[in-house]
Design a protein around this ligand. Structure first.
Ligand code: THU
Length: 131
C-alpha cells in the first residue's frame, strides 16, 4: 500500500474514535514523518468548549511523544466537502513542518485536495529560522 493510502486509512479509522458529542463533527488526522513513520489523532471535545482539541493537535502530540518532530505529510478527514486545518492547527503544523509539507483534505471516501503548507499559510510566526 502506498503511503498516501496508508495515511487515508489510518485517519479514517482514527476518526471513528473522535469524541465529539457537542459538535457531532468527527475529525481524524494522520501524519507521515520524515522518517517514514505514522501517527494519528482525532478531535476530543469537552463540556467546557475551549478545552477541546483538534484532530491535528492529537496527531502532533502522538508524534512528539513518539520522539519525532518532522511532518512530511498530514491528512485530515471529516464528513464534509473539504476539511481544512483551522488557523490554530496551521500554526501547530508550521512548527513541525516546512513550506513543502503536504496537507491532504479528505472526505470519508477519498482525498479531495492536496495543498502545501505554504499554500495554506504563506507566512507564519516563528522564533527560529527554518531549517
Ligand atoms: N476540528 C478539528 O479537529 N480540526 C480542524 O482543523 C477543525 C475543527 C474539530 C474541533 C471540534 O471538535 C469540531 O471539529 C468542530 O469544530
Amino acid at each position: 500500500m502506498d503511503t498516501v493510502s496508508k495515511l487515508f486509512d489510518l485517519a479514517k479509522k482514527t476518526r471513528l474514535n473522535a469524541y465529539a458529542p457537542y459538535s457531532n463533527f468527527k475529525v481524524g488526522a494522520a501524519i507521515l514523518t520524515s522518517n517514514g513513520r505514522f501517527y494519528t489523532g482525532c478531535n476530543v471535545e469537552n463540556a467546557s468548549y475551549p478545552c477541546g482539541t483538534c484532530a491535528e493537535a492529537g496527531a502532533i502530540a502522538a508524534m512528539i511523544a513518539g520522539g519525532e518532530t518532522k511532518i512530511a505529510e498530514i491528512l485530515i478527514i471529516a464528513d464534509t466537502k473539504c476539511i481544512l486545518p483551522c488557523g490554530n492547527c496551521l500554526q501547530k503544523i508550521a512548527e513541525f513542518g516546512h513550506e513543502d509539507t503536504l496537507v491532504h483534505s479528505a472526505d470519508t471516501q477519498k482525498i479531495i485536495k492536496t495543498q502545501t503548507l505554504k499554500d495554506l499559510l504563506p507566512q507564519s510566526f516563528a522564533l527560529k529560522e527554518e531549517e
